[in-house]
Design a protein around this ligand. Structure first.
Ligand SMILES: C[S@@+](CC[C@H](N)C(=O)[O-])C[C@H]1O[C@@H](n2cnc3c(N)ncnc32)[C@H](O)[C@@H]1O
Length: 244
C-alpha cells in the first residue's frame, strides 16, 4: 500500500499521458529531432537477450521499445506493461503490432508488477523511471521480478541538475518545449511537468547509487548525445556472477 500522495501522483501521471496520447509519438520525434528511435535501439541492444528469454518492458507507453525488442530479438517473449491503458492501446493500434506480437500487453503499475519473483530475464524502462514514486520502491519491484543473472536497462533524460550543453538543453526543456506544446498542441502543462520531472530526477551517479541500494550489481551508466540521455544498466546477482 502506497502513501496517498504517491497514489495521487500515479493517477496524475496516468491521466496526463492519457491526455497527450494522440500526439505523444509525434511530439517525441519533433522534440528529439528524430534521435529518440536511435536511443531506444541502443537500449534494446544493451539487453543482449538470448533466444527463449522473456523481456519485460516497463512503462511501455505506445510500445516503441517493445517493438524494437521484437524485431531485434525475434525469438524472445516481450511483455509490455504500463499503467496508462490509452498509451498501450495506441501502440497496439498504430504499429501493426497485435497482441499476438507483444505477449501480454498489460495495464500494470511498476510499483506492483503482476509477476512472480525471479520471472523475467531482462527489464527495459525508457523515459519512465523519473515518473515513478517512490522511485526506490519501483527499483526494488523490478529487482524482485528479475531472475538472478538478469539485467535492468533504464533509458532516461539527463538530469538538469547537471548543466547540459552549456545550459542550452535546460533552457530548451524549461522554456521552449512548454511554449511549443502550448502554441501547437494546447498542452503546455504536460510539457511543463516533463521539464519539472527532469529537473527533479537525480544526476546519473545518484541513480547508480539508487540502483545499488535496490540490490543491483555491476551498475554502470553511459551518456549519449552530449548527456541529453543516459543509459543505466545493472545486474541482479547470480551465484555464478563474477565480480560482485
Ligand atoms: C514518457 S512515456 C515513455 C513511454 C515509452 N517507454 C517510450 O519509450 O516512449 C512514460 C510512460 O511511463 C508510464 N508510467 C509512468 N509511471 C508509471 C508507473 N508507476 N507504472 C507504470 N507505468 C508508468 C506512463 O504511463 C507513460 O506511458
Amino acid at each position: 500500500m502506497h502513501a496517498p500522495s504517491h497514489q495521487a501522483h500515479g493517477r496524475f501521471v496516468a491521466k496526463m499521458f492519457a491526455d497527450i496520447v494522440p500526439m505523444y509519438d509525434g511530439l517525441n520525434t519533433v522534440f528529439s529531432l528524430g534521435i529518440d528511435s536511435l536511443w531506444r535501439k541502443r537500449l534494446a541492444r544493451a539487453v543482449a537477450a538470448r533466444p527463449g528469454d522473456c523481456v519485460l518492458d516497463v512503462a511501455a507507453g505506445t510500445l516503441k521499445v517493445s517493438a524494437v525488442l521484437r524485431v531485434m530479438y525475434p525469438e524472445t517473449k516481450v511483455l509490455a506493461m504500463d499503467f496508462c491503458r490509452p498509451m498501450l492501446e495506441k501502440g497496439l493500434a498504430g504499429g501493426g503490432l497485435g497482441p499476438q506480437h507483444i505477449f501480454l500487453p498489460a495495464v500494470a503499475d511498476a510499483l506492483a508488477l503482476p509477476l512472480a519473483d525471479n520471472s523475467v530475464h531482462a527489464i527495459t524502462v525508457a523515459f519512465g523511471l523519473r515518473n515513478m514514486r517512490p522511485r526506490q520502491e519501483a527499483l526494488h519491484e523490478m529487482f524482485r521480478v528479475l531472475k538472478p543473472g538478469g539485467k535492468l536497462c533504464v533509458l532516461e533524460l539527463g538530469s538538469t541538475q547537471e548543466r547540459i550543453m552549456l545550459g542550452i538543453y535546460n533552457m530548451y526543456l524549461e522554456r521552449i518545449m512548454p511554449a511549443v506544446a502550448k502554441a501547437f498542441f494546447r498542452r503546455k502543462g504536460a510539457y511543463r511537468y516533463l521539464a519539472e520531472s527532469i529537473a527533479a530526477f537525480p544526476p546519473a551517479h545518484a541513480v547508480k547509487e539508487e540502483m545499488e541500494a535496490a540490490g543491483f550489481c555491476q551498475v554502470t551508466f553511459s551518456r549519449m548525445t552530449a548527456g541529453i540521455v543516459c543509459l543505466h544498466e545493472g545486474m541482479k546477482h547470480a551465484p555464478c556472477c563474477p565480480g560482485c
